[in-house]
Design a protein around this ligand. Structure first.
Ligand code: ADP
Length: 327
């Protein structure tokens, strides 16, 4: 018989994402609603190992739903990759009687949770907190909607100047392994080309279309590139294009970390609240070592282990839409 969950810990780990605070709030308040004792763990797995753990009350999460970042802070923690580090973390939970853990983070944090839950009898539930949306089994990850809206707002502004000056703009957005921010922000801003790690970049066809535009004296073109595109980032794309189009004014704009911060969108607050609530329900109902996703507007509970192995996939239909709408 599984032990009843009575005390839970919550942590945020890996890259921060807007909406993590809304998720923490939901976990804490749902836990308290069910009569659980809730503990916050600072700086992800680092705080677990450093014993930086404190009791949280309902009011500990007052006035945070609208704030970006994470009140629990986040970190990358080398020691947690090692069994010895994880054992220290376990001992710190054990001595407080914490017997359930909610991990808000990306696929790396889930990998950590998989190893931890295999070694120790503390059930874990994950919440996908990542702006990259690169976890399959869920239509949403906490932070993606805000990041993509930030990118859209910035690209719209760049587009104004691009249009005024007849320039080619290459805008780099975040996404080391995943092209969702590039795809969604590119479609939403009418980009002519969207370069993503999931597809091979056909630079020659981009060059050919720009040369054709040059002949027609219409040198306005928006290219959105994910930082992890296999061809290279925005600077590399510019170097190659400028070489073939020496007269064109080609500018680069790298959006960078502005995409991570800021107040979470309404959508991110909603999904974080819903997922946080269901994370606690899952722990209580014995659905352990899963992460809580939402698919087709229903909760989806995916074993952390498979979440780790599967990366989200970008459909060919999306790529077709990009091509048709940009022509
Ligand atoms: P994200 O969760 O955003 O993908 P990382 O990949 O940096 O971010 O992972 C966050 C943390 O999760 C790491 O710093 C480490 O402490 C832990 N972690 C990641 N992979 C593993 C693993 N294979 N085993 C144990 N811990 C891991």
């Amino acid at each position: 018989m599984e032990k009843k969950v009575t005390r839970i810990g919550v942590l945020t780990s890996g890259g921060d994402a807007p909406g993590m605070n809304a998720a923490i709030r939901a976990v804490v308040r749902t836990g308290i609603y069910h009569g659980l004792e809730v503990f916050g763990i600072m700086r992800g797995y680092q705080g677990l190992i450093d014993d930086d753990i404190f009791r949280m009350e309902g009011r500990s999460v007052a006035n945070i739903i609208q704030r970006g970042g994470t009140i629990l802070k986040t970190a990358r923690c080398k020691e947690f990759y090692e069994p010895a580090g994880r054992k220290i973390g376990y001992d710190n939970l054990k001595k407080r009687g914490i017997n359930g853990l909610v991990i808000i983070g990306g696929d790396g944090s889930f990998r950590g949770a998989v190893n931890f839950s295999k070694e120790f009898d503390i059930p874990c539930v994950g919440l996908a907190g990542t702006i990259d949306k690169d976890i399959s089994g869920t239509d949403f990850t906490i932070g993606f909607d805000t990041a993509v809206n930030t990118a859209v707002e910035a690209i719209d502004k760049v587009r104004d100047t691009m249009d005024a000056h007849d320039r080619i703009f290459i805008i780099e957005v975040m996404g080391r392994d995943a092209g969702y921010i590039a795809l969604h922000s590119g479609i939403a801003t009418g980009a002519e080309n969207i370069l993503i790690p999931e597809r091979k970049t056909d630079i020659n066809s981009i060059i050919a279309s720009l040369q054709e535009k040059e002949r027609r004296k219409k040198m306005v073109n928006l290219i959105v590139v994910a930082e992890g595109d296999e061809f290279g980032g925005a600077n590399e794309v510019q170097r190659v294009l400028q070489d073939k189009l020496p007269k064109a004014e080609i500018r680069v704009c790298i959006l960078g970390h502005i995409q991570r911060g800021g107040a979470p969108s309404c959508m991110d607050r909603l999904i974080a609240s819903r997922m946080g609530y269901h994370a606690v329900e899952s722990l209580l109902e014995g659905r352990h070592n899963v992460f809580v996703g939402i698919q087709n507007n229903r909760m989806n509970y995916i074993p952390l282990e498979t979440a780790v192995k599967n990366k989200g996939k970008i459909s060919d239909e999306w790529m077709k839409i990009v091509k048709i709408l940009a022509s």
